[in-house]
Design a protein around this ligand. Structure first.
Ligand code: ATP
Length: 256
């Protein structure tokens, strides 16, 4: 339900040797909420979401991600996988497969075990195939690519490819969606459409955690924004407050 806390981290940190990539960060995300992470290069944004999604175990701190405990020293990747989907900084599509096939592949990969189990019990694999195609088509429509299902992914525009990646992530029916620089390389119009898409996903009850350098888009899209610098949260709050926070302006512009 909207408002349910899906991610709750306290004092989470990660160091690599002597480098503190993330220091003692508190972070929470609710169902239906868009939380933005901004900050200069190397600020620790990717490391932080890697801990949330279970790719990287934290060095310090504790937390809960979708009901699974996240504690320093635990094998995080085993705990936090189901219900979390993400896209990455680099586009990772199968260029020669159609948009629809890319979504199907995404759904299969993420829920492979479940699907195998279902295949064994379904009266016919055909029925299953129809269901899978219907589900994948629905995700394409959701991101505005309903009319491009048959197009090769490699032939899509940059903005469409980014949205296709989101459709593929949605194929696993995540309750938490993590987007890593989804507007990278997008023009103004494409970024505007992406912003609307992110808001519509939140309206469907998904918690969205987004890293993005396009600050203007973030201000227009997020419910809350956390600003990281040198692994620490230097500001956190509503977009309007973030936009006029002197510490944020300093971190971005390098002026006092
Ligand atoms: P960007 O916007 O460039 O993606 P970021 O905010 O995502 O940057 P991180 O990638 O999380 O920042 O990096 C934070 C710091 O941690 C950097 O100093 C980086 O060099 C360091 N770091 C990240 N991953 C590792 C690693 N696997 N080993 C050693 N140092 C790392």
């Amino acid at each position: 339900a909207p408002g349910t806390e899906l991610v709750s981290l306290q004092g989470i940190g990660k160091s690599y040797g002597g480098v503190h990539a993330v220091r003692s960060v508190d972070l929470s995300v609710q169902a239906g909420e868009v939380l933005g992470l901004i900050g200069p290069n190397g600020a620790g944004k990717t490391t932080l979401v890697n801990m949330v999604t279970g790719l990287t175990p934290p060095s310090t701190g504790t937390g809960v991600v979708l009901g699974a405990a996240l504690t320093a020293g635990t094998k995080a990747h085993r705990l936090a996988q189901s219900g979390v989907a993400r896209t990455f900084q680099q586009i990772k599509l199968f260029n020669r497969l159609s948009a629809l096939e890319n979504v199907l592949v995404g759904g299969y990969r993420i829920t492979h075990d479940t699907l195998l189990r279902r295949l064994l019990f379904l009266p016919s694999a055909r029925r299953f195939e129809r269901e899978a195609v219907a589900m994948a088509s629905a995700q394409l429509i959701r991101v505005g690519l309903g009319d491009k299902a048959a197009n090769a992914a490699g032939d899509l525009s940059y903005g469409d490819q980014r949205r296709l990646e989101i459709a593929r992530a949605l194929a696993s029916h995540p309750s938490l969606l993590v987007l890593d620089e989804p507007a990278a390389g997008m023009n103004h119009v494409e970024a505007g459409r992406l912003s609307e898409l992110i808001r519509s996903l939140a309206a469907d009850g998904i918690a969205v955690l987004v890293i993005e350098h396009n600050v203007r888009m973030m201000l227009a899209t997020c419910d809350r924004i956390m600003v990281l610098n040198f692994g620490e949260v230097i500001a956190s709050g509503k977009p309007a407050d973030i936009a006029r926070d002197p510490k944020v302006l300093e971190a971005y512009l390098g002026s006092a």
